[in-house]
Design a binder for this molecule. Structure first.
Ligand code: SF4
Length: 225
């Protein structure tokens, strides 16, 4: 029987082969754009965020640029995105804090990031990892679901999943693992209908093993009825 660390590494190797280009899909050219995009991405798709920011970042590139907008004006720019009112409010508060406390720069520390309005643990980890190259595992809905399904983490609490992944994955692989699990969740291990027939980690996956057992039980029951 494989130990959990070894199993996790083998799964990540398979996912690396499947998604050699796995990376952050939020388009950005600097840490400020990454921060704004990540705040916008909560409960929205990266595709939608990229569509909005492609236009938004032409005229608004810095915290001062954003602060030239009223909340209503910013809402108008992002209204296609879910929770846009709250996000507009947080973005303006964050820009204000960046200017007041951080000289207009995005802080490169976890504590600095979570001090910003609208920035929680997941957003801070995304910015640290993709903007500053600091190893981090941001547990979003895909990472949470895929990790629990495969069995490389087992918890109904996001923080526990993050801790278990960090324990089983070498630090230098945290950021890559985060991308691989997200890409797998988006492209293969979908929430409603996972495409197990196209998956390359079925032999390790606890969800798959259970579903096969259920299928054989159902077949047995229907044959014996
Ligand atoms: S086997 Fe199915 S449930 Fe398991 S990781 Fe692959 S797609 Fe997801």
């Amino acid at each position: 029987m494989l130990c959990q660390n070894r199993k996790t590494l083998m799964i990540l190797e398979r996912l690396k082969e499947l998604y050699p280009d796995a990376r952050c899909e939020l388009e950005h050219t600097n840490t400020f754009e990454l921060l704004i995009s990540t705040i916008l991405s909560a409960q929205s798709t990266d595709k939608m965020v990229n569509r909005i920011t492609k236009k938004l970042f032409i005229d608004y590139k810095t915290p001062s640029d954003f602060l030239s907008l009223s909340q209503e004006e910013l809402e108008g720019h992002i209204k296609e995105i879910g929770l846009y009112r709250n996000k507009a409010k947080n973005i303006l508060l964050t820009c204000n804090k960046l200017l007041t406390d951080y000289n207009g720069e995005v802080p490169g520390t976890y504590d600095g990031l979570i001090s910003l309005p609208g920035v929680g643990r997941k957003t801070a980890n995304v910015v640290l990892s993709n903007g500053f190259g600091v190893p981090a595992i941001a547990v979003d809905t895909h990472v949470f679901r895929v990790s629990n399904r495969i069995g490389i983490a087992k918890s109904d609490k996001v923080l526990n999943v993050e801790k278990q992944l960090m324990k089983n994955i070498p630090k230098e692989m945290w950021s890559l693992a985060h991308h691989l699990l997200i890409w797998h969740g988006r492209r293969t291990c979908n929430a409603r209908q996972p495409k197990c027939e196209h998956c390359t980690v079925t032999e390790f996956c606890e969800f798959y093993k259970k579903s096969i057992i259920h299928q054989s039980e159902d077949t047995y029951i229907s044959k014996t009825n």
